[in-house]
Design a protein around this ligand. Structure first.
Ligand SMILES: [Zn+2]
Ligand SMILES: [Zn+2]
Length: 119
């Protein structure tokens, strides 16, 4: 088994990693990050994303429908939300899940921080 650094606790752990993919999109601009975490830290991280974003699809084969598009910033509920935020979670013992939310310019720095993307 490989040794992985946990992206949240910055500690090393053995075993399989849980993975979260975060995608940010605004018009033609898009950016993705991959977060690899241990079991303990993935719970906190997934809860953080889950409580701030609405779950739109379960399973990795489900396509997102236009009707599911977020109507407001998932964080502050402001109607203007130029950023689309996609989170895919691959957690041991759980089905792959996909979340779709929106973000306004004010909340973007927080979202980038959570996504482990640079400022
Ligand atoms: Zn950890
Ligand atoms: Zn906002």
């Amino acid at each position: 088994m490989a040794l992985f650094p946990c992206d949240v606790g910055s500690h090393r752990f053995t075993g399989r990693a849980n993975t979260l993919y975060v995608g940010l999109a605004n018009g033609s601009f898009s950016e993705r990050s991959r977060i690899r975490v241990c079991n303990k830290h993935s719970t906190n991280l997934v809860d953080m994303w889950r409580t701030s974003m609405s779950l739109v699809a379960v399973g990795d084969t489900t396509l997102l429908a236009e009707d599911d598009a977020p109507e407001a910033c998932s964080w502050c509920k402001k109607p203007e939300h130029p950023w689309q935020v996609f989170v895919n979670t691959y957690i041991q013992g759980d089905d792959p899940r996909q979340y779709w939310g929106g973000a306004c310019e004010e909340c973007l720095p927080l979202v980038r921080q959570w996504a482990h993307l640079g400022p």
